[in-house]
Design a protein around this ligand. Structure first.
Ligand code: FE2
Ligand code: FE2
Length: 508
């Protein structure tokens, strides 16, 4: 007897250790039932969790050796379901009262009890539930969080017997340990959910600073994860043996969500720049041109008065002044129209650049009598960008977002299995041939996870709605561009192949 108890305590101890190291909630529940069944030699077992908000019990786990051995076992029998939290069911009674029930035969319950046994399961599965041991799972505060139900204890000959009464308190203790483990696992799950929501919320807010990138990170994460899973399902080609575990996938998911968080360090005006000069800058320029035009008119008037005083009414010279003025005004208007036209970001030709330089160098007198150029150096610099809207410095500013991403993500105290998130996230603009940024690293130094994100990021940017610097491109054309980039040695060929062949781009 003593030996038996000692062995059981040792077993209990081992179970406690196993429970405390399992943090995955569903695996934990399975483990609890399995260990409790081993401990009591029970043919079957189930576990219910109390849901006080919905006033019900969730049937979470069902294990049954006899049914498992049968060839006709239908797994759908074990679909989780809920039952209302009342004393009329056996599990409900235990969940409410906290009492341990050790029933020799559930088909012969004493008449005075409140609960009854539901034989539906037995009928459906041609099973005979006989002995049952039910214990409440209480957390450290004594709150009942679930019920552990053990069915049909068997003796050494496999005959169903009653549960040993001496074991009740040990099973109770096991149930309490299980309750603590469940609480911990739930807590970890909740903390993770809060952390994830916080990341997703902040990243979405950063994306939404520009209407053109709203939802970008979420969609990049979606394509990234779908591509990683497609690699897991691939049994051919260079990535046949690559398998991303749930931990690896979690790490990649964080990296994908966070890849553009560094855009918080880039000015909105630059992120969203639609024209070479902003609306406000253009307004200032237009006012100046209006002033230049008005000055020209005033100057002519002044000249006309001087002429009139000196020579009297001289029709020819005055007409000449009027013609000159008309030409000047026309030219100012043409110059302004030209600037408005090139402000939109189309490619700037050589002759347009020459014309812009000429306008820049033209002089006028400001209100203080100072000679000034028609265009400020800032305006000239922005307007003279040959392709797109962004100046060299603005491109540098946008590209710096990956450095900000690395710095920000490096400061998040990720647990060990997520430690590569900063590296994966910060490399998403690197290209296999070294032509990317910010570190210009090449294929051998770019992790597979980063390459996956790069394919996802480029595809999302191509297919996304119009952006200031590009029109939306349809699916076929976008996939063609990915192929082209792969053939040019910039993107991973095999990843692009999987992305297209497995229709990863269609993932929702
Ligand atoms: Fe980016
Ligand atoms: Fe991105």
């Amino acid at each position: 007897m003593y030996k038996d108890i000692r062995e059981r305590l040792e077993a209990l101890n081992k179970i406690g250790i196993a429970l405390s190291s399992e943090t995955n909630p569903s695996r934990l529940l399975e483990l609890i039932v399995r260990e409790a069944r081993n401990f009591t030699n029970a043919d079957a077992g189930s576990l219910y969790l109390v849901d006080l908000d919905k006033n019900c019990l969730h049937f979470e786990v069902a294990q049954n050796d006899t049914l498992k051995k049968r060839a006709d076992l239908k797994l759908k029998t074990f679909k989780p379901y809920s039952l209302s939290l009342t004393k009329s069911s056996i599990a409900g009674y235990v969940a409410i009262t906290g009492e341990t029930l050790n029933i020799p035969d559930v088909y012969n319950l004493p008449p005075e009890v409140d609960f009854e046994f539901n034989r539906d399961f037995d009928k459906r599965n041609k099973y005979r539930t006989k002995s049952m041991l039910l214990v409440a799972m209480k957390d450290t505060e004594g709150k009942i969080i679930g019920v552990l139900q053990l069915i049909n204890s068997t003796d050494s000959q496999g005959k169903v017997v009653s549960f040993d009464t001496n074991i009740e308190s040990l099973v109770s203790s096991l149930a309490s340990q299980a309750a603590v483990a469940i609480k911990n696992a739930q807590l970890i799950k909740e903390i993770k959910a809060v952390f994830e929501a916080l990341i997703q919320y902040s990243v979405s807010a950063i994306d939404a600073r520009s209407p053109f990138t709203a939802g970008h990170s979420r969609r990049v994460a979606k394509y990234t994860m779908a591509l990683a899973r497609a690699i897991n399902d691939t049994h051919e080609g260079p990535y046949a043996n690559i398998f991303f575990s749930p931990d690896h996938l979690e790490e990649l998911n964080y990296a994908a969500w966070l890849h553009d968080i560094g855009k918080i360090g880039v000015r909105e005006g630059v992120l969203d720049k639609r024209t070479r000069l902003s609306d406000a800058e253009m307004e200032a320029l237009i006012s100046r041109f209006e002033y230049i035009e008005a000055s020209a008119i005033t100057e002519t008037q002044r000249k006309k008065i001087v002429l009139f005083h000196r020579k009297g009414k001289n029709a020819t010279e005055i007409r000449e002044l009027d013609r000159e003025l008309k030409n000047r005004v026309n030219q100012i208007k043409e110059n302004l129209a030209f600037i408005k036209r090139i402000n939109t970001g189309n490619f700037l030709t050589e002759s347009e650049l020459k014309q812009l330089k000429e306008i820049h160098q033209k002089k006028y007198l400001d209100l203080e009598g100072q000679k000034r150029n028609y265009l400020t150096d800032f305006e000239f610099e922005n307007l003279s960008v040959r392709k797109g809207n962004l100046t060299k410095y603005e491109i540098e500013e946008i590209q710096s977002h990956v450095i900000h991403t690395e710095n920000i993500v490096n400061n998040i105290p990720f647990t060990r299995h997520l430690k590569k998130v900063p590296v994966f996230a910060a490399g998403h603009h690197e290209m296999l041939d070294g032509s990317g940024y910010a570190k210009h690293i090449k294929a051998e130094d770019i992790p597979l996870q980063t390459r996956i994100m790069t394919v996802a990021d480029i595809y999302e940017a191509l297919i996304a709605k119009d952006r200031p610097y590009k029109k939306s491109i349809d699916q076929t054309k976008s996939l063609d561009i990915l192929k082209e980039e792969a053939n040019n040695g910039r993107l991973d060929k095999e990843l692009v192949r999987i992305f297209i062949d497995k229709r990863v781009y269609e993932s929702e």
